[in-house]
Structure formats: structure tokens, C-alpha cells
Design a protein around this ligand. Structure first.
Ligand code: ATP
Length: 253
């Protein structure tokens, strides 16, 4: 169905496809009211990054994959936007890493949780893969967070040593880091609190990043020790600034 959302030859096809995925998810009750605003902020940064994976983001993706592969208890945490935009890719990654995927949302209501869990189970059946989907039975809390957004599962997020939290909010990212976890963030905004507070930050678009991760050679990954967090964030800003410098000075559009 979604393939008909726009003509693949349209210059903004990919962007239109992502918006269409969010529209469908919103209709199914999977998204918070602020979901489209969050997506818009990401789109703006992606324009500035020329909608490409930078070499620095590519290396950060390799480091992140290495950390997940070498983890004792890796966990992939997903929220509404992540399921809507990249539910299939997150499930495929969970199956590849043989680790659980946990639904963990900021604005937690039983209806949204149910909509997200059903969507993931449908995707899993369609893909024909084996991946554990957690989140339905929270029996633990993330210390330092108040209210329903602190809820998690003890066999998932609570015990994870390395956790992938794409599009996370700053508070939760900080709380997970404070628990001693290696927190991998995917965020197009290198200035966001999550991007800054994560242990490894990949400044790239979610679906592009996951496609890269799924196709990477797992035997040749750089170590976590080689990763320079501040330099990675600075590289992203430099990519934006360098790309904009003299953009129109040659008189061409
Ligand atoms: P923080 O609390 O970390 O400062 P925020 O308040 O800026 O975050 P949120 O609204 O919680 O942001 O989440 C949206 C974040 O996700 C933004 O930083 C945005 O750049 C990023 N984002 C949105 N869509 C994508 C996407 N498809 N790929 C990668 N990042 C995205």
C-alpha cells in the first residue's frame, strides 16, 4: 500500500514515503500527538546533512554495531516513530543480533502500547522471523524517571548492558546512561540532549542508518575505545557548515 504513496521518481520520494508511514501509524493510534513535530525537526536536520550518511556517522554506526554484537544483553528499545518508520528493520536487527526488542514510550497509554505491539507482531509474522517483542508486561522501572514512562521489563531494558534507543528523549537517555549502560542513540540533531548524552551517537536518518547496519560486515568493526563522542558530534556540525558554505556562490542553484 505505502509504495503507492508517491511516485518513486519524485525527487522527495523517500521523504514522502516516511511521511506516509507516519500518517498510517497515526491512523492506527500508534503515535503521540507530538510525533509529527519530532519528525519535522529531524527532516530539517537531514536537509542540512544533504540527506546522506556522512563518513563519521558511518564509523559511529560500525562502532555501535560492534558494541551490540559484543554485548552480554543487548536490547533494542522502540517508540512510536521508530515502529512507524522502521519497524521491519528493527525486527530484522533484533533477529540478527538474537536480542529482544522492547516497546518503551514516553506517553504510555494501554491503547498506544497495544497498537504498537500488534503492529510489531504483524510485521514479525509477515517477515517470518524469530524476534522477542517485550513491553507488554512491565515489571520494573528505570530509576530517576517518574510516571508511566519509567516502566520497563526486567528481562529487557532493565538488564541490558548495551541498548539501542533511536529517537530517544534526553531525560530517558540520561537515566539509562546513569544506570551504567552503553546507550546508542540515532538522532539527526547533533545538538539534542540525547545526542549529547548518549554513549555512542549516530547522527543519521533512522532508516538509512538501519539499512547500513543490517548490511555491514560484522567481522571488521572498530572498537568502542576508538570512538570519540565529542568529535563525532563536532563532525556532524562540520558536515552541515561545510555543506552550506558557498552553496550558491557560483551563481548556480
Ligand atoms: P532531546 O530531549 O534529546 O533534546 P528533542 O526534544 O529535540 O530531544 P524529541 O522531540 O524528543 O527531540 O525527538 C525528536 C528527535 O529525533 C529530534 O532530535 C530529531 O532530530 C530526531 N529525529 C526525528 N526523526 C528522525 C529520523 N527519522 N531519524 C533520525 N533522527 C530523527
Amino acid at each position: 500500500m505505502e509504495e503507492h504513496a508517491a511516485d518513486p521518481s519524485h525527487p522527495r520520494y523517500r521523504s514522502l514515503l516516511m511521511r506516509h508511514r507516519l500518517e498510517i501509524a497515526a491512523e492506527k493510534g500508534m503515535l503521540a500527538d507530538s510525533a509529527l513535530i519530532a519528525h519535522g525537526r529531524g527532516e530539517a536536520y537531514d536537509y542540512l546533512l544533504d540527506e546522506k550518511t556522512s563518513s563519521s556517522a558511518h564509523v559511529a554506526t560500525q562502532v555501535a554495531l560492534g558494541a551490540l554484537v559484543n554485548a552480554q544483553h543487548p536490547v533494542l528499545s522502540v517508540n512510536g516513530n521508530v515502529v512507524a518508520l522502521a519497524g521491519d528493520e528493527m525486527l530484522l536487527l533484533a533477529a540478527k543480533l538474537d536480542c529482544p526488542l522492547e516497546v518503551n514510550i514516553f506517553y504510555r497509554t494501554p491503547e498506544r502500547m497495544q497498537a504498537l505491539l500488534s503492529d510489531l507482531h504483524e510485521r514479525k509474522t509477515r517477515l517470518g522471523i524469530d524476534a522477542e517483542i517485550l513491553g507488554a508486561e512491565p515489571d520494573a522501572t528505570i530509576p530517576g524517571l517518574k510516571g508511566p514512562r519509567a516502566k520497563c521489563e526486567s528481562k529487557g531494558i532493565l538488564q541490558a548492558d548495551v541498548i539501542l534507543v533511536p529517537l530517544e528523549d534526553g531525560d530517558r537517555c540520561e537515566a539509562l546512561v546513569a544506570m551504567g549502560k552503553t546507550v546508542i542513540v540515532i538522532d539527526l540533531n547533533p545538538l539534542s540532549r540525547s545526542a549529547r548524552r548518549g554513549s555512542i551517537t549516530i547522527v543519521d536518518e533512522l532508516t538509512r542508518c538501519l539499512e547500513n547496519m543490517l548490511s555491514m560486515d560484522r567481522t571488521q568493526l572498530p572498537s568502542l575505545e576508538s570512538y570519540d563522542h565529542n568529535q563525532t558530534l563536532q563532525d556532524a556540525l562540520n558536515t552541515i557548515v561545510d555543506g552550506m558554505r558557498n552553496k550558491f556562490s557560483d551563481g548556480k542553484e
